[in-house]
Design a protein around this ligand. Sequence first.
Ligand code: DGI
Ligand code: FE
Ligand code: FE
Ligand code: FE
Length: 187
Amino acid sequence: MNLDKLKEATRAQMPDKRWRHTLGVVETAIKLAERYDGDPAQAELAALLHDYSKAWPIDRKEAVIREHGLSAELLDNDKELWHAHVGAWAVQTEHGIEDEEVLDAIRYHTSGREGMTKLDKIVCLADYIEPGRNYPGVERIRQLAEHSMEEALIAAFGSTIAVLVERGKRIFPLTVLARNDLIMQMK
Ligand code: DGI
Ligand code: FE
Ligand code: FE
Ligand code: FE
């Protein structure tokens, strides 16, 4: 699949604001891959596609989860988590993406998971710190990302968990597992 065509197809799935975010994640993911000895081409592809289904109507995402056997646990958790799994399914079926590392990085970019690969970390962290992001604490996470993706992600997941607790929402178990595992890796 030609990258320019994939860019056009991805852009067509989302409003301009989400597309600008996507371009920020691509730029940041490539930089992180270069800084941390990852694969910039894989980082670029996974970042480009990471929010592929984000702007789809919620019913369409739910239908994919139900009809194509995606993790049923998703349906009991925040709808914000759905686009990551649905996006991985969509780029595989609609665009023939078969690189399992790229598909996993898309699938786990929101929640994280235990045993995150380098590519998972690059995409998830780039999503948190791309230049268009502006939430309390983002500057500190950007600073941590200068020397450690693990430290930056521990802070990033920590801030997400804190916000979810503050709002009385459920926390998807993979996010807790991801953070615990990253803390273990620091020891
Ligand atoms: O798709 P983006 O907006 O670029 O970012 P994302 O895919 O990281 O989605 C983040 C949203 O997901 C954020 O509003 C918090 C929400 N969310 C809901 N439950 C959970 C969660 N995020 C994580 N990491 N874990 C959860 O349990
Ligand atoms: Fe996302
Ligand atoms: Fe994220
Ligand atoms: Fe994103």
